[in-house]
Design a protein around this ligand. Structure first.
Ligand code: ADE
Length: 241
């Protein structure tokens, strides 16, 4: 069963957008994944077709209405097979990880809600089973770009989408380390040469060099990942006190 994405948005014309080109686009045309963008405004009930209102308690901006979004969500017909998770893209969500991406890519797809304005009426999240997802600690102008990012990360893992299956980068997050740096010809460029070891043909030495660079780069650039990696390494076996 292919991966099916249903995106609820005020800007359906943003989809598939960049996912319509390159490998994701070819996968879409070949039916390896499919998508449908639903216009939230079609579920507005008043004569102004309003989807938002001013924040309770005052403050800047507008808040998306729970009733309108719930009507849009409830209109999504469940497919055959296992139910798809409902995700809401918001900077208040749980940070997206490669593990979550892989689990989604292995599943039947997702229903993705894209917020705009100052946020969504919190009662929606109390009344429906919705996973709030953030793609990072910065604020986008809406959830659409975040949804495209999440979908891109999932789609490249769908069997048949990428030419050669998994070229290293995924394993890098599996080991909990950043990937080692890459080089290619020309051997000399602007007076800089490719590290000698990579041209040695000694695979054990190359492996050791890559591992050392993965570790030192992670330690320097991502102390958070390094700490978790080291913590996991020195953990006693489960059950040990
Ligand atoms: N919407 C706005 N900013 C976002 C973010 N960082 N992640 C997910 N959705 C968002």
């Amino acid at each position: 069963m292919p991966f099916v994405a249903t995106i609820l948005t005020l800007y359906p014309e943003m989809f598939p957008g960049p996912l319509g080109i390159s490998l994701a686009g070819r996968g879409l045309r070949e039916g390896l994944w499919s998508m449908e963008a639903v216009q939230i405004r079609d579920f507005a009930t008043d004569r102004h077709r309003s989807v938002d209102d001013t924040p309770a308690g005052g403050g800047a901006g507008m808040v998306m209405r729970a009733d309108v979004i719930a009507a849009a969500l409830d209109s999504v017909v469940p497919g055959q097979g296992p139910a798809r998770p409902i995700l809401a893209m918001t900077p208040r969500g749980k940070p997206l990880t490669q593990d979550r991406v892989r689990a989604l890519a292995d599943g039947p797809g997702a229903v993705i809600l894209c917020g705009r304005f100052e946020g969504i009426d919190e009662r929606l999240f109390e009344a429906r089973d919705i996973e709030q997802v953030s793609i990072g600690d910065y604020i986008l102008s809406g959830g659409e770009m975040a949804a495209l990012t999440l979908l891109d990360a999932c789609i490249r893992l769908i069997p048949g989408v990428m030419g050669a299956p998994s070229s290293g980068m995924d394993e890098s997050f599996e080991t909990g380390l950043l990937e080692y740096p890459q080089y290619t010809r020309p051997v000399e460029w602007e007076g800089r040469t490719i590290p000698e070891v990579l041209r040695s043909g000694d695979h054990a030495k190359i492996e050791a060099w890559r591992r050392a660079r993965a570790e030192s780069d992670t330690r320097l650039r991502r102390p958070d990942l390094w700490e978790r990696h080291e913590g996991a390494r020195v953990q006693p076996p489960s059950g040990a006190r």
